[in-house]
Structures are given as structure tokens and as C-alpha cells.
Design a protein around this ligand. Structure first.
Ligand code: NAP
Length: 286
């Protein structure tokens, strides 16, 4: 790899950054297509975010990703934010063009593409149950509503958060969202007739691999069961679902496809999806 005056840079802004998977995924993809692009982690504190955002817009950057804790705050430093990112209330991808910064949220679109590709289901008209109401759930649920989901049921340990998100979706996107308590009888009723179950809670994530977000006996074979946790790559929820004959969707797909959306916006080219999956599998092991 040669970095020269023509190299277009892409960054990841966050604090603290830790060991992000995005640099290896994007750099492998740039190299595979022979693109003179390079992806860099850029650790930036909250106090320096405005200065860095203004600086990147005048440099040889094609854009950047934004991660915790800057996904909301960055919006105040952009020239434009697209409609979906605005209702989600967070930006994870910024495109720079002639000094102008435009913000997008590709998490939900990435999730939907993983669901369609791996789960073999389209979103329109489906009955979907979402467990969890954190940042990832918000991006996914808003995107599902945008894409014409039939009925969405939100279940969260902290019920107020589920009610607040449902009200936001119903008033700002479409009236398609309800709430169910996160307890067995209510979950059983919500899952009857549902076609897709999405776990967005961190239950089942390393080091709590044994935990399930709901009783496995509630899963039925007509469900596509999806878990956005990608460490471990196959969660206990997905193993229990597969054992009951459900089609399953792994969390790695969301991570790859949110990056694929950004890659296309920065480079104008379709990303080499399989190369990106392979880079992440290598990095995560196995
Ligand atoms: P977050 O904003 O902190 O939300 C966490 C959610 O999990 C909340 O709904 C929380 O409920 C729930 N939760 C946590 N511990 C729980 C427990 N013991 N019992 C019941 N519910 C519990 O986190 P996030 O950013 O949305 O991320 C959530 C998960 O998705 C993480 O595992 C993350 O690694 C994964 N993720 C994956 C991708 C991907 O690309 N595949 C992208 C983003 C995130 P309360 O509201 O009651 O606290």
C-alpha cells in the first residue's frame, strides 16, 4: 500500500476508540478493488470534535464514520443530515464533498440488508418483534418503519424507553408500532403470528454467552430469528432458534452491510462484500 498526495482518507471518530473492526474491513476492501483510499482510526475527545469535524472537511478526506460517544453530537457540525438519520437522531457515516459534510445513518439499512440476504425475508408488511430499545434498536426500528414494516412490537427491560421509541416512530414515521412487556406471557402473545424476532439487547454478548433475552420455549419454527450481537459470532439465542427449525440471521451481517453502505457513498463503487466478511471473520477468529 502506498499513501501519496492522491490518497483519499476515511476516518473513524470516537472516544475511546478501542480495537475497532472497521479499519481492517475497509482497508481490505480498498486494496481488493485497487482504490487509492485508506481508513484511519481517529480518537477525538468531545471538546475537540467541532475543530476536528471542521478540519476534516478541508482535507483530503472522502468522509468518516462516527461512533460512541459522538453519533448525536456530530449532527450539529454537519451541513446536511438525511431524513432517516434525522429521525433516528444519530449519524454514523459522513460524506465530504467539496467541503460540504452530509450525515447518514447506515446501521438500520445495514441491518435490513443482512435480514434480507441471510434471512431471505423482505421487510414490507412483516410482523416484527424487537427486543431491546437502545441505540442500535432505534436505528433498526426507525428503518423498518421507513421501509414499510407491517407491525412492529418493541419489548424492553425499561418499559418507558419502549413507549417513548414507539411514540416517536408512530408520530414521525408511520403508525405501525406497539409495545409489549418483556415477560413470558406478553412475549408469547407478541410472537404469535410474528415472522421476525430481532434481539438488540446485549444479552448473550461475551462474556455473558449463556444468557438468553427470552425463554427459548417461546421460539416457534415460523420465525426468522436475528441477533445483532456478533461476539460470539453465533449466540445461544441463534443456536436455540436453529434447533427449533427457525431460520437465523447473525450479527456480523449488520456490521458488514452498514460499512458497505458507507463504502459506496465514499468511493462511488460497490463494496466487495465477501472480502469484508472474510476480513472480519479473520479478525474475530474462526
Ligand atoms: P445500548 O444502547 O446500551 O442498549 C442496550 C439494550 O440492551 C437496552 O435495551 C437494554 O435495556 C438492554 N439490556 C442490557 N442488559 C440487559 C439485561 N441484563 N436484561 C435485559 N435487557 C438488557 O446498546 P446498543 O448500542 O443498542 O447495542 C446493543 C447490542 O447490539 C450490543 O451487544 C452491541 O454489541 C450490539 N450491536 C451490534 C451491531 C452490529 O453491527 N451487529 C451494531 C450496534 C450494536 P435497558 O434499556 O432496560 O437498559
Amino acid at each position: 500500500m502506498t499513501i501519496d498526495v492522491d490518497t483519499k482518507l476515511v476516518g473513524l471518530l470516537g472516544f475511546p476508540l478501542g480495537h475497532s473492526l472497521s479499519p481492517v474491513m475497509h482497508n481490505r476492501a480498498f486494496a481488493t478493488l485497487g482504490l487509492n483510499f485508506h481508513y484511519l482510526p481517529i480518537q477525538v475527545s468531545e471538546a475537540h470534535l467541532p475543530t476536528v469535524a471542521a478540519g476534516l472537511a478541508c482535507m483530503n478526506f472522502a468522509g468518516y464514520n462516527v461512533t460512541i460517544p459522538h453519533k448525536i453530537r456530530i449532527m450539529a457540525h454537519l451541513d446536511a443530515v438525511d431524513d432517516l438519520a434525522r429521525v433516528i437522531g444519530a449519524v454514523n457515516t459522513v460524506v465530504l464533498h467539496e467541503g460540504r459534510a452530509t450525515g447518514y445513518n447506515t446501521d438500520g439499512a445495514g441491518y435490513v440488508r443482512a435480514l434480507e440476504t441471510e434471512g431471505g425475508v423482505t421487510v414490507e408488511g412483516r410482523k416484527v418483534v424487537v427486543l431491546g430499545c437502545g441505540g442500535a434498536a432505534r436505528a433498526i426500528a426507525m428503518t423498518l418503519a421507513f421501509r414499510g414494516v407491517g407491525a412492529l412490537t418493541l419489548c424492553n427491560r425499561t418499559a418507558e424507553k419502549a413507549h417513548a421509541l414507539a411514540a416517536d416512530i408512530n408520530s414521525r414515521v408511520r403508525p405501525c408500532c406497539g409495545v409489549a412487556p418483556m415477560e413470558p406471557a406478553a412475549l408469547e402473545a407478541a410472537l404469535a403470528g410474528a415472522e421476525v424476532l430481532i434481539n438488540t439487547t446485549s444479552m448473550g454478548m461475551h462474556p455473558q454467552e449463556d444468557r438468553l433475552p427470552l425463554e427459548a420455549g417461546l421460539l416457534h419454527r415460523d420465525l426468522v430469528v436475528s441477533d445483532i450481537v456478533y461476539n460470539p459470532r453465533e449466540t445461544r439465542l441463534l443456536r436455540e432458534a436453529a434447533a427449533r427449525g427457525c431460520r437465523v440471521v447473525h450479527g456480523l451481517g449488520m456490521l458488514v452491510y452498514q460499512g458497505v453502505e458507507g463504502f459506496r457513498r465514499w468511493t462511488g463503487q460497490e463494496a466487495p462484500v465477501e472480502v469484508m466478511f472474510a476480513a472480519l471473520r479473520e479478525k474475530l477468529g474462526g
